[in-house]
Design a protein around this ligand. Sequence first.
Ligand code: ZN
Ligand code: ZN
Length: 419
Amino acid sequence: MKCKDKIESIIDSCEELYKYLHQNPELSFQEKETSNLLKQKLGILGFEIVDNLGGYGFAGILKNGDGPIILYRTDMDALPIAEKTDLPYSSNKTAILDGKETRVMHACGHDIHMATLIGTAEILLDLKKSWKGTLIVLAQPAEEKGGAQVLLKNNLFSHIPVPDIALALHVSSTLEAGKVGYCPGPAYASVGTLDITVVGQGGHGAYPHQCIDPIVLTSKIILALQTIVSREISPMDPAVITVGSIHAGTKHNIIPESVKLKLTLRTYSDEVMNQIINSIKRICKGEAISSGLKPIDFPVVDEVDERLPVLYNNLLLTESIAETLKKEMGNENIVQIQADTGAEDFSRYSKTKDNIPICMLKTGTVSADQIKDSVEKNFNIPSLHSSYFAPVPKLSLETGIEAMSLALIGLFNKQIESS
Ligand SMILES: [Zn+2]
Ligand SMILES: [Zn+2]
């Protein structure tokens, strides 16, 4: 097959690029060298570069006659994680985060995303005669820290044309390498981020009766929060409340003045998100009253960071891509997957005034042997954001490049037929 043959000829250089990126990860909003390398690669291929879109974000534009405008986004950032894979190309890089030196790792597969995008750009260029339109590749900074919002607030679509469609790909740590996952409709959750400050009355640890202990109060609050999803939210609405951070105190024998909590919330609707936040506020207030605190000292619940919307894969677009991929890559390799409670800021591109239809596909990264082993020996395959996350490079890249190339060419041609 034409596309597959072409991929064969570029896969080694894509794998090399992937390994280089993996060994040279950069944290969110620090992706300077990564961005320069991608710019250079796309510049050589003849893409027109539109730079300074926000952070180290840039776009590459390939005009190929009259036709639809399709945007294909990759992210570029890595995570503050110390890699433990022992791979010959594992990362030893460090970076400064909040004033401290920290190890850095591509533990969310954004290195696979970038190498796949460069490979796909080469294929599209090579097969230029078989499609018409404008391809915009978008290199987004800081997916892990809301980089999409930075680009959009910087008026992304006044710097590049508004696309008719936007596509993206994310690795999956549960799907077998060689397979592509698609999920029409809601695919990733909405995220709410809360800071809670619980104030008490501190004092000597030997005289608790002269204090209002904010640690005990916080413990009651955390346990009470567990009943929101189980007792207040409809079982038909997926929701998660996780207290990811709790900080208080300095010494064994001091009852502190306050406790600080950090929470992440996941839902599939704004209504449920609002309901959860109201319940959290009610519980905090109720527990504070029962501890004897006055209204002036009630816990402060702050929604921080802008809420991330649900990632909604446009139904017609996603079904149409799945159909194309099934035809070319085989039904057994294109699998419908379930929505999950993870999140992706690619969702933001569909929420602008232009209502751009979006679709994010997933590409498998786990070897068949590893899946078999994990079942037989009962162990968990390392997930995304794990220091042991290790995608199978070649097959993951080949599959991603083939899927994205076929999806793009299919969509460019489909639009031509229907216009
Ligand atoms: Zn991630
Ligand atoms: Zn990611």
